[in-house]
Write a protein that binds this ligand. Structure first.
Ligand SMILES: CC(C)(COP(=O)(O)OP(=O)(O)OC[C@H]1O[C@@H](n2cnc3c(N)ncnc32)[C@H](O)[C@@H]1OP(=O)(O)O)[C@@H](O)C(=O)NCCC(=O)NCCS
Length: 193
């Protein structure tokens, strides 16, 4: 299922966001998504194709015909989840935090237009009311502002990244408690991932 919408800051009708199940993406869309992940750096290339295909949702933001930003909602491997929990000092149970926000990247020429908020909001919306975690470099003030706007709070202690010399901070968006009536409405509207 692909969801398509225009973000609120799209003044000229040129900006489009697509939220796609990776299994419904074309090979070209997957290749474009991977190219932007690699442009952002800070990823281990080995196994990246498989990790992209196993994401819950891929978010694409285009301006005109150009792909200008990406984000993803992922279901992290248990070993990765345990590593983040150990290093940050925060228990990250799958029950409380089944999803991870990741691969948020905006092309340099498209920055400063709050696209990171559009991308993050779209990825997190795919988690419905479930808990989501994210990690971000401690010096990434722009991303921290976006995470805060999307309901994430910093948690635990910063820890050294496995790549480069920087430190990472864990952010958590807790499960949103809903009444049974809210839950069945979400199920009817198809927002449950
Ligand atoms: C991080 C990134 C996605 C942010 O996107 P952006 O287009 O630069 O920033 P946005 O226009 O969406 O602005 C997001 C927020 O950051 C603020 N911001 C932007 N640049 C900033 C800077 N240099 N310093 C501090 N705050 C900044 C904005 O004011 C906005 O906050 P606000 O809503 O409170 O005003 C983008 O810079 C990027 O792709 N960086 C490389 C990859 C990366 O770091 N990804 C995040 C991985 S967790």
């Amino acid at each position: 299922m692909t969801t398509k919408f225009s973000p609120p800051n799209d003044m000229n009708g040129l900006v489009r966001i697509f939220v796609r199940d990776p299994h419904e993406c074309t090979a070209m869309q997957l290749a474009d998504f991977k190219a932007l992940i690699l442009a952002g750096g800070e990823v281990i290339q080995e196994g990246l194709d498989d990790r992209i295909r196993s994401a819950v949702r891929l978010v694409f933001l285009s301006v005109g015909c150009c792909l200008s930003g990406i984000a993803a909602l992922k279901r992290p491997l248990e070993s990765y989840r345990r590593g983040v929990a150990d290093k940050s000092g925060i228990a990250l149970s799958e029950e409380d935090y089944p999803f991870e926000l990741g691969w948020v990247f905006v092309m340099p020429s498209a920055r400063g237009r709050r696209f990171s908020l559009d991308l993050t909001s779209a990825a997190v919306a795919a988690a419905s009311t479930s808990g989501v975690f994210a990690t971000s470099r401690t010096d990434n003030a722009g991303m921290h502002a976006t995470l805060a706007r999307c309901g994430f709070l910093p948690a635990g202690k910063p820890y050294p990244s496995g790549r480069g010399k920087h430190q990472l901070q864990l952010f958590l968006r807790k499960t949103i408690e809903t009444s049974p009536a809210d839950a069945s409405a979400a199920e009817r509207s198809g927002t449950t991932p």
